[in-house]
Ligand binder design. Structure first.
Ligand SMILES: [Zn+2]
Length: 226
């Protein structure tokens, strides 16, 4: 900035330099750049919030659907609420895919996006994927528990339409992950839906489910296969 010093020693600043076209442009450009940066940042936050909200809604919808299935008493699936506990249900491949619904940035920002709850209740393909994967999960656990009961060929036992050995009235299990005093005799359905009793909420959130924890309760269990 230019300035003039008079004979009396007074400094007179020459502000006209600020009005020079090159300075106006530079200042304007800087403001414009800052404004653009702020807008981009705000948009990024909005997109992130929308993605988080979609993910939260998905978790809520999936859990609500599992609760609905658990109390469902009509049709052939699930039979009498026979389902994996929610922790295992959530880990099915189909659930992992469903939990991603509307979480890509373009979908999350759409006001007309379809909620997962709508898909779960109306999409026949989605329902059939869930049914197939739950049934595969149950078959796998039946087979593992049958081995623990010492049943070598459970498929022969069920060939005539009989109940699978692990689901018979004489098949009981205990969870070895629960403390001794909390161990109860569990039916196959109880095993599938079991949640270990843990003292604090924090532990409960960490709690997993593992088929290896379950052992036959020999006091009440027996298997008639050799
Ligand atoms: Zn347990």
């Amino acid at each position: 900035m230019g300035s003039i010093i008079t004979e009396d020693g007074v400094t007179i600043h020459d502000y006209s330099v600020l009005l020079h076209p090159s300075n106006i442009t530079a200042e304007y450009q800087e403001l414009k750049h800052k404004f653009k940066e702020q807008l981009t940042h705000r948009l990024k936050l909005r997109v992130e919030a929308a993605v988080d909200e979609s993910a939260r809604q998905n978790r809520e919808d999936l859990r609500r659907y599992w609760t609905k299935l658990k109390s469902w008493r009509q049709g052939s699936f699930p039979i009498n609420g026979l389902l994996p506990c929610y922790g295992e249900f959530r880990r099915l491949d189909i659930s992992k895919v469903l939990l991603q619904k509307n979480t890509d940035k373009s979908q999350a920002m759409r006001d007309d996006r379809e909620r997962l709850w709508v898909e779960l209740n109306s999409n026949v393909d989605t329902q059939s994927h869930i049914r197939d994967q739950v049934n595969a999960w149950l078959d796998d656990k039946r087979a593992k528990l049958a081995t623990k009961l010492g049943c070598k060929h459970p498929e022969l036992e069920t060939a005539g339409g009989f109940l699978h050995p692990v689901e018979r009235i004489n098949a009981w299990f205990i969870c070895t992950n629960c403390s001794q005093k909390n161990r109860k005799a569990l039916s196959f359905k109880d095993v599938c839906g079991h949640q270990c009793s843990t003292p604090t909420r924090k532990d409960r959130l960490k709690a997993h489910w593992d088929i290896n924890w379950f052992e036959p309760d020999m006091k009440v269990s027996s298997c008639f296969l050799g």
